[in-house]
Write a protein that binds this ligand. Structure first.
Ligand code: 5GP
Length: 205
């Protein structure tokens, strides 16, 4: 039985290079949930294999700026030279339908959502240590040594934002991290403040 009608907004964020995307994908591969992923809009070029409307909505800078002007994003941020944002209308529509909407976004955007959506759930993904993060960035093979240094410095300042989140999940192993997120979502559902209203209504029926 469902005791809460409006869906839950779940924000997964964390320092750059921590593996947020991989954890999010593992979460969606799990069965027995009805999570929906909020597809972001970006001005960056698609990578090989990425599909428009599935991985991102790929748009021009002009289109993106126009949408910012029209307040059509729940949040947006510039990240290493490109714009990324969460389309507001889709998120609202899905929450109204009672769906569990997952955002996977960088930290600046997550803090914007925190200010606007008071009952959203904020999860901060962290690496098992600085060395692990460094190794991950190196193994990814997509950055020069200078870029890795830059990302490490950025990540170190981002670590300090952990206290602004409701939960911290260590990404020691992708499936463990996804399991912990699922447990958090289930626990959030049972929270008294989310369910008491409908529970009392049910008692009166
Ligand atoms: P990538 O270019 O590797 O796909 O993503 C770069 C970063 O942008 C990642 O940290 C990803 O989580 C973040 N990102 C993806 N979509 C959004 C969004 O809609 N808003 C914000 N603020 N960050 C996003």
């Amino acid at each position: 039985m469902k005791l809460n009608e409006r869906g839950l907004l779940i924000v997964i964020s964390g320092p750059s290079g921590v593996g947020k995307g991989t954890v999010r994908r593992a979460l969606f591969e799990m069965t027995g949930h009805d999570l929906v992923y909020s597809v972001s809009m970006t001005t960056r070029a698609p990578r090989p294999g990425e599909i428009d409307g599935v991985d991102y909505y790929f748009v021009s800078k002009e289109t993106f700026l126009e949408r910012i002007k029209n307040n059509q994003f729940l949040e947006w941020a510039e990240f290493v030279g490109n714009y990324y944002g969460t389309p507001l209308d889709k998120v609202e529509e899905q929450l109204d339908q009672g769906k569990e909407v997952v955002l996977e976004i960088e930290v600046e955007g997550a803090l914007q959502v925190r200010r606007q959506m008071k009952d959203a759930v904020f999860i901060f993904i962290v690496p098992p240590g600085k060395k692990a993060l460094y190794e991950r960035l190196r193994e990814r093979g997509t950055d020069t040594p200078e870029m890795i240094e830059k990302r490490m410095r950025k990540a170190e300042s981002e670590f300090l934002l952990a206290h602004k989140y409701d939960y911290i999940v260590v990404n020691d192993e992708v499936h463990n991290a996804a399991d912990r997120i699922m447990a958090i979502i289930r626990a959030e559902h049972a929270k008294t403040e989310r369910t008491i209203h409908n529970y009392i209504k049910m008692l009166g029926e």
